[in-house]
Every structure is written in C-alpha cells, then in structure tokens.
Design a protein around this ligand. Structure first.
Ligand code: GLN
Length: 447
C-alpha cells in the first residue's frame, strides 16, 4: 500500500531521492515470515519507513542531497538504521533534504525540489523536508530525520506531522554524516506522539561507536501517552511572543496555553532572556564544525571526483568547487573564517561563551518549570523560491529551535492548527536534559 501511495504521490511531492521498490517487497516477505517464526516481535515489525539521506544505509546510495556524495554506497548501516532493521521495519527509500542538512526549506538540495503535501506551491520546510513530506503524504508511517538547529521540528510543523529532537547523546550518531557534531541528533518523525515516542524508545541507547552517546534507563513512554498533566508547570518565554512572529502562530500558542490549562497544567509567561545570542552563536558554531567535518570530501574516498583536473591539488579544488552547492560553500567560508587565527577568540570562542550563557538561561527556567512552550517556527511554510535569495532572513527563522540544540535539550513539535491559507502550524514543547517523558506527556495531553 505504501508503494502504491508513493507511486500516486511522488510526481507531485518529490519526497524521495531513491525508492527501493524491489528491496522493500522482498524485505516485506522476509519480515512476514519472521513475524510468524517469532524473529520479529514488537509494534514496528512490518512497518514501512523512510530514512533521511544523511543517514548511512548499507548498499543504498547516501548522498546528503549533495553532488559531492553522488555514487557513495556506504559499506555499513548507521546505528539507527540497524535498530530499524532489527525491529522488522521495512525501509522504502531515502528522503530529500537540504544539502548536508544546511537550510530550512529543502531547496538547497542539489537533487530536486520537494513540495509541501498541504499545498504544493509551498516548501515542506527543512532540512528534513523529504522525511516530513513523506509522512504527511501517507507514503510511509514513520521516518528518520536529523536535527542540528531545528531540522526535525520545523519541517514537522510545516507539514502537520510530529517530530522529536532527543536530548543530545540519546541516539547514536554512528553513521549519521556529520554537519555539526556537537549539535546533531537523529530523531523520529511520525503521524502522532505515540508513534514518535515508541520509535524513540527503539532508537535510544548507548553505542560504543559514538563516544557522545549516553547510557540511559530504558525509555518507556507508555504511561506518559495517557497525557496526564495535572500539576505540571509550563513556562512560555515572553520573548517568543514578541514581534517577528506571525499573528496566526501567536494565536496557535495562546490556544495551546488554554488547552494545557484546561487539562490541569499551570501556564505562565516568564522572561528567558538571551534570545539575541541564539542565531549568531548557532551559525558560528555550526559553520565552524561543518567546515571541519566537510574537509573529508576531497574526491579521494567518497562519491564525486572532478574529471577536469590534471594534478592532485587541482583535483581537490575542482572536486569541491563542482561538488558543493552555494549554501554549503557559504558555511565552509564562514566556518573557516571564524576558526582562523586572529578571529578564533573574537568569534568562535565568544560563541562558545554565549552557548554557556544560553544553557544557564535554560537551567534557570527548568528550576521553575517542567516544560517550556514555544513556536516551532515564526511563520507557516513559505512559497517555493521565496527564501533562497535572503540567507540571513532564513537563518533568523531558526530562533526558536536552535537554542535547544545549543543546550542539548529534548523538544517535540506537535501539530496545533491550520492557518487561514490552509497551512499547518505546529507548536514546540521543550524539556530539560533527559526529560523526554515530560514533553511527551505534555504533547499527548495537547494532541
Ligand atoms: N536551518 C538550520 C541550518 O541551516 C538547521 C538545520 C538543521 O537542523 N540541520 O543550519
């Protein structure tokens, strides 16, 4: 049924970069037998899923939607993909994204444009736009995304689906092609809170191949899914209601506040502070790490190699010039600049200090509140072609999501309402480190 739906929807939506029809059908048969023999048990056995194209899949091309990785067939599965397979999930294919996850609309993809299933004149958001569009278009039931500064939560909001960015270290990054290693996390995108919570239980766990992965108690959210939030304290940062946010998004937040109150939570506005540091420090740190992580793509080991060079040095230069797109190059320039001698202290080190200040502001907030409520994005999905000409404006759209990554916190994006123009609006619930249970409980109450 999923493959039929893909056939029907893909010409309009373009969520996938690659669909493994034969593989999926063969695998479905194998899983069916495995369910009978007891090899596959549990709620995910036989569920069709999609995987973002920056997550390695053995023998299945993995390109980060970049020309430079075209023809890269990883010799191994990412830890998260291993876990999907062990649970009997059927991987249908790889989804489109902003190139190397740098962007907010999926338009920086070197491969294709993905459209928002709610209105194909609009973008699905990004960078996990393909995964969110695939779930929204009923092409699959669950998908993997990655979130460095909002890439699961913002497209989930734009596509009317649910997505979780876990506490940093919860899901192994082994096999996730790095954008900014200190911010990146893999997380689930699904139809509702229950699907995402169960998928997160499946994905979480320490992995010796990722030294930043955490040993956590088994994550069991079943009792939280009842959504009992009586006595829960919810804080909403005043700064999040200020100008710069679309009035319809602000109304959605107010509506959410009312619902949470009705269900027995207390909701209060407070001043979080530090919001002016978020975008500058995020873009300095993310670009700095990216410039280092992307240094390995030089035409020697992976994917594309320029055929036009006649010396080794030329080959490096031309491969990178031809292989990377404009947004990726912009980040490499910015990152190399802020790390260069003479500027390191003024920019990179300062951004690290601002990051500490942001973390402290959240620590203060979580001394008073169980969860924080905010928008996932300042507006609904923009029209296709509207955002690329003004990168700074696009960066500003990450205000509500990027702080969460800088502080390593968990957050969930849940659909709230639909705008007058017919586009979904999601809200975001943010928890303290390791407090996924609380945000899932609040989200379940709200849903
Ligand atoms: N829009 C942000 C960026 O371009 C976030 C992307 C992400 O989370 N991968 O960096």
């Amino acid at each position: 049924a999923s493959l039929l739906q893909i056939e029907r929807m893909e010409p309009q939506i373009g969520a996938f970069l690659q669909i493994d029809r034969e593989g999926a059908l063969a695998r479905a048969e194998e899983v069916e037998q495995g369910i009978r023999s007891g090899k596959y048990q549990g709620p995910f056995a036989g569920v069709p899923a999609a995987v973002k194209d920056n997550i390695c899949t053995k023998g299945m091309e993995t390109t980060c939607a970049s020309r430079i990785l075209s023809g890269f067939y990883p010799p191994y599965d990412a830890c998260a993909v291993e876990k999907l397979k062990e649970a009997g999930i059927i991987i249908l294919g790889k989804t489109n994204m902003d190139e190397f996850a740098m962007g907010s609309t999926t338009e920086t993809s070197a491969r294709k444009v993905t459209k928002n299933p709610w209105n194909t004149g609009h973008v699905p958001g990004g960078s996990s736009g393909g995964s969110c569009a695939a779930v929204a278009a009923d092409e699959c039931f669950i998908a993997l995304g990655s979130d460095t500064g909002g890439s699961i939560r913002q497209p989930s909001s734009f596509c009317g689906v649910t997505g979780i960015k876990p506490t940093y270290g919860t899901v192994s990054r082994y096999g996730l092609i790095a954008y900014a290693s200190s911010l990146d996390q893999i997380g689930p995108i699904g139809k509702d809170v229950a699907d995402c919570a169960r998928m997160l239980s499946l994905l979480a766990g320490q992995d010796r191949r990722d030294s930043t992965s955490l040993k956590r108690e088994t994550l069991d959210f079943e009792e939280d899914l009842a959504g009992d939030i009586r006595g829960m304290k919810v804080g909403i940062p005043k700064e999040y209601l200020d100008e710069g946010i679309d009035p319809e998004v602000r109304d959605a937040l107010k509506k959410t506040m009312e619902i949470l109150k009705e269900r027995g939570a207390s909701v209060e506005e407070f001043s979080l502070g530090m919001t002016e540091y978020v975008i500058p420090s995020y873009y300095i740190i993310a670009s700095a790490e990216a410039s280092s992580n992307l240094a390995r793509f030089d035409g020697v080991k992976y994917g594309y190699r320029s055929p036009h060079a006649d010396s080794l040095h030329e080959m490096y230069k031309m491969t990178r010039s031809e292989g990377f797109g404009t947004e990726v190059k912009r980040r490499i320039f910015l990152g190399s600049f802020v790390l260069s001698s003479g500027y390191y202290d003024a920019y990179y080190l300062k951004a690290l200090k601002a990051r500490a200040v942001i973390k402290e502001a959240f620590d203060r907030a979580f001394a008073a509140y169980d969860v924080l409520l905010g928008p996932a994005a300042p507006q609904t999905a923009p029209k296709i072609g509207e955002s690329l000409s003004d990168p700074l404006q696009m960066y500003l759209g990450d205000l509500y999501t990027a702080a969460v990554n800088l502080a390593g916190l968990p957050a969930i994006s849940v659909p709230c309402t639909v705008s007058k123009a017919g586009l979904p609006i999601g809200i975001q619930l943010i928890g303290d480190c390791l407090q996924e249970k609380k945000i899932i409980r609040a989200a379940a109450a709200f849903e």
